[in-house]
Design a protein around this ligand. Structure first.
Ligand code: SAM
Length: 253
């Protein structure tokens, strides 16, 4: 599945803020080695580079388009093309950081112990995932997918991998010295026409529209757009509000 860094970064401030808030809770002052898993265009890696100028920093990313953007970002890091689930580093890290990526990967019961195994003693695993899969933006995507002529094609378009906060506690408590888990619902104030459609086009909508051919894709988007307009009406000041729930975990080892 391809990613478009420019579409993704249309909401750069909103998308990078959770990374800042996650990073602020990582309890290490001077880690020697840190990695940003699913670094995207390097926006989250830039925060790590600014906080820890002395650290040996890496960014791992599966999308060549995103990685090309990261490489040209000027952020001081080594960039690795690869998939988190098959990543198997030779040495351990003081910080493994991942903002808005792990929800694309299945089976967190297996993934998180694996990642904790790559964290050095005294280090931390920190990640943030959206937990908005029951919000109208995502419910409507699934409803339109089920109801159209594309239903068979989209039957397995997207799996929800994110677990509940207490499930993350149960997985990580035996492996962590301390655990810091919290949720935030941001109220994003968006501008322009169909801004919720523009938002999800950079992320969650891709698995639904990429399997469709041109006419089908247009028809799918037209139906979805109409439903979004009802669910997220423009306010009298012209703005559109998008509530967005996110889950944060910092596991210190
Ligand atoms: C929503 S973006 C997050 C980018 C950045 N970390 C940020 O904070 O904005 C998710 C990124 O994860 C990457 N990604 C998704 N699945 C991945 C996987 N299995 N392994 C590595 N990267 C993955 C995508 O290519 C995409 O660039």
């Amino acid at each position: 599945m391809s990613w478009d860094p420019d579409v993704y970064m249309k909401f750069a401030n909103e998308r990078t803020r959770p990374a800042m808030e996650l990073l602020a809770r990582v309890p290490l002052n001077a880690p020697a080695r840190a990695i940003d898993l699913g670094c995207g265009p390097g926006n989250s890696t830039a925060l790590l580079a600014a906080r820890w100028p002395e650290a040996k920093l890496e960014g791992l990313e599966s999308s060549p388009e995103m990685l090309a953007k990261a490489r040209s970002s000027g952020v001081r890091a080594s960039w690795i093309e690869g998939e988190v689930e098959s990543w198997s580093p030779e040495a351990r890290y003081n910080v493994i950081f991942s903002n808005a990526t792990l929800h694309w990967i299945a089976d967190h019961h297996a993934l998180l112990p694996q990642l904790m195994g790559y964290v050095a003693e005294g280090g931390a695993l920190a990640f943030q995932v959206p937990r908005n899969f029951d919000a109208p933006s995502h419910l409507l995507m699934r409803e339109v997918a089920k109801a159209g002529p594309w239903a068979a094609k989209l039957a397995n378009a997207r799996q929800v991998n994110v677990l509940s906060p207490d499930a993350y506690y149960d997985i990580l408590a035996p492996l962590a010295r301390t655990l810091d888990i919290w949720e935030t619902t941001y109220l994003h104030v968006l501008e322009g026409d169909d801004p919720v459609l523009a938002w999800v086009s950079g992320t969650g909508l891709r698995p639904f529209v990429q399997p469709l051919i041109a006419d089908e894709r247009e028809a799918f988007i037209a139906q979805y757009r109409a439903r979004l307009r009802e669910a997220y009406p423009r306010r009298s000041d012209g703005k559109t509000l998008l509530p967005f729930q996110r889950l944060f975990v910092v596991a210190a080892k």
